[in-house]
Design a binder for this molecule. Structure first.
Ligand code: MG
Length: 205
């Protein structure tokens, strides 16, 4: 069985007047995260970890911030595209681990809910998702949210598994067209062992 590891990182500044969404979960807070999309720092880090695990580029490759279509976009769209990439490459998630670094709000009280939401979006069990949070002691980053994510993948051994994973990763038809349009051609181009599109690492998503 073949295994692959991926790592992702992201950061967003807090900004007044926008809703806070982390890991696909709306969180009650007096400010949200600034970004071209919804600023979901955790989903962005996980998306990059998944794409990195199958050498499929990064979030900016698929969803360049220069593209107005991704303004205020729901970041679960990015995640689904990454899930499609790993499915096309023939892999499934073994487990994922994450660290959030932010001064506020406190993640502890909602960590369970957050874990369930991320697991739901990934199509895995909550026990396969780690959510940890740290305060940025000594980093002078009190107005920034940072996320790190690592993911372990294993090769999907049966056609049934692969079919199931692809089904999980399916986008609504309209979103699929938009996502496909964003890279010009079929996204599977960048899957493991295939031609990788030009990188756009200027990621402000
Ligand atoms: Mg981002």
């Amino acid at each position: 069985m073949s295994m692959r590891i991926g790592y992702g990182f992201d950061s967003h500044a807090f900004k007044a007047g926008v809703p806070l969404v982390i890991g696909g979960l709306p969180i009650e807070h007096h400010e949200g995260l600034a970004g071209h999309s919804d600023g979901d720092v955790l989903l962005h880090a996980i998306t990059d970890a998944l794409l990195g695990a199958v050498s499929a580029g990064d979030i900016g490759t698929f969803f360049p911030p220069s593209d107005l279509r991704w303004k205020n976009a729901d970041s679960s769209i990015f995640l689904r595209t990454a899930l499609e990439e790993i499915a096309v490459a023939g892999y499934r998630i073994v487990n994922i681990d994450t660290v959030l670094v932010l001064a506020a709000p406190k993640i502890g009280p909602i960590a369970g809910e957050l874990r369930e939401r991320v697991a739901e979006l990934l199509g895995v069990k909550p026990g396969e998702v780690g959510i940890k949070a740290k305060t940025p002691e000594g980093l002078n980053q009190d107005h920034v949210a940072v996320a790190h994510a690592t993911v372990l993948l294993e090769s999907a051994t049966s056609p049934e598994q692969l079919t199931k994973m692809t089904a999980t990763a399916e986008l609504p038809e309209e979103m699929d067209e938009i996502a496909t349009g964003s890279v010009g051609k079929k996204r599977s181009l960048s899957a493991l062992g295939r031609k990788i599109p030009a990188f756009d690492t200027d990621d402000l998503t």
